[in-house]
Design a protein around this ligand. Structure first.
Ligand SMILES: C[S@@+](CC[C@H](N)C(=O)[O-])C[C@H]1O[C@@H](n2cnc3c(N)ncnc32)[C@H](O)[C@@H]1O
Length: 284
């Protein structure tokens, strides 16, 4: 089959399950990453024939996409702030709004030399690794309770060439906090979706991304933020900053939680105009 025919056939299969613009972006990425065929190749050499092994790979991966597997898991990587992060089913796929979280951390450390930073909930390592690459003077620790996630994060640390200190630790276990140091900045994109919302999420999230990364109990939506506030009172330097990604419905409550613990806090919207981040300064 020619590459043009294969492209249009794949796109029409995916058009049936994805919104049109999204299907187009997915097919472009699939052809580029899987077959090394760019959009310009489609124009310059549309009649080039795909080899049998390329055709079978394309069919296999298209079937995975039709089963709602996210394109990042199909190709095994996700783009984040200019870096390619390995991803699999053990880590959350890095989201565009989390890139904004990293930029907020950079604002907070702009006047701090060699800032010490703790990231809570490593996942793929996208936050601490991109922060360290862009700010090589920083000293960054990142913790996660998932051994599988840390394996991916450590691989990314090596491949991307950063030196983040990844630690296997349950952050909810306060007895282990003494292992951690004192920080200028604490950053976190913790699990924050109440379990009751699971049914309203897309299939490619609920079927393929780890529950551990997504959900909190319905009766305790601020679980991680309450722990982060308590931890910050012991492990954040005076004038230090906590920067967190939040559920849009709970950003105000998270900000109030920090205010009630003596922080000055602010809710910040993301590029989609949703209340997505809370910035809290420790002023005592
Ligand atoms: C929303 S994901 C964020 C991943 C990554 N930072 C990102 O932004 O893509 C939350 C992460 O917190 C981790 N996590 C969940 N419970 C935890 C706990 N008790 N202690 C430490 N990490 C935890 C999950 O394994 C997951 O990697």
């Amino acid at each position: 089959m020619t590459i043009r025919k294969a492209y249009h056939q794949t796109k029409s299969e995916l058009d049936a399950i994805y919104p049109s613009g999204e299907a187009q972006a997915i097919v472009d990425l699939l052809f580029l990453e899987l077959l090394h065929i760019s959009k310009s190749d489609l124009i310059i050499k549309p009649d080039q024939i795909l080899a049998p092994n390329e055709m079978s790979l394309l069919i296999e991966k298209t079937n995975e996409l039709r089963e709602f597997k996210p394109i990042q898991q199909v190709i095994g990587k996700a783009h984040f702030l200019g870096y390619d992060f390995l991803v699999d089913s053990s880590v959350l796929i890095p989201r565009p709004e989390t890139e904004e979280l990293v930029l907020l951390v950079e604002v907070s450390i702009s006047n701090v030399f060699a800032a010490s930073i703790l990231d809570i909930g490593s996942g793929s390592g996208c936050i601490p690794i991109s922060l360290h690459k862009r700010n090589p003077n920083t000293k960054i620790q990142s913790i996660d309770v998932s051994e599988h996630a840390l394996r991916i994060a450590k691989q990314n640390n090596k491949i991307i060439g950063s030196s983040v200190d990844f630690i296997l630790q349950d952050f909810l276990d306060e007895l282990k906090w003494e292992n951690l140091g004192i920080f200028d900045v604490i950053v976190s994109n913790p699990p924050y979706i109440p379990l009751a919302e699971k049914q309203s999420l897309d299939k490619n999230v609920t079927m393929y991304e780890p529950e551990l990364a997504l959900f909190v109990p319905d009766n305790c939506p601020l679980l991680f933020y309450e722990k982060i506030a308590a931890f910050s009172l012991q492990h954040l330097k005076k004038n230090g900053t906590v920067i967190m990604e939040t559920h849009e419905n709970y950003a105000n409550e998270v900000a109030q939680l920090f205010e009630s613990n003596g922080f000055i806090s602010e809710v910040i919207k993301d590029g989609f105009d949703k209340k997505r981040f809370v910035w809290a300064n420790r002023c005592h």
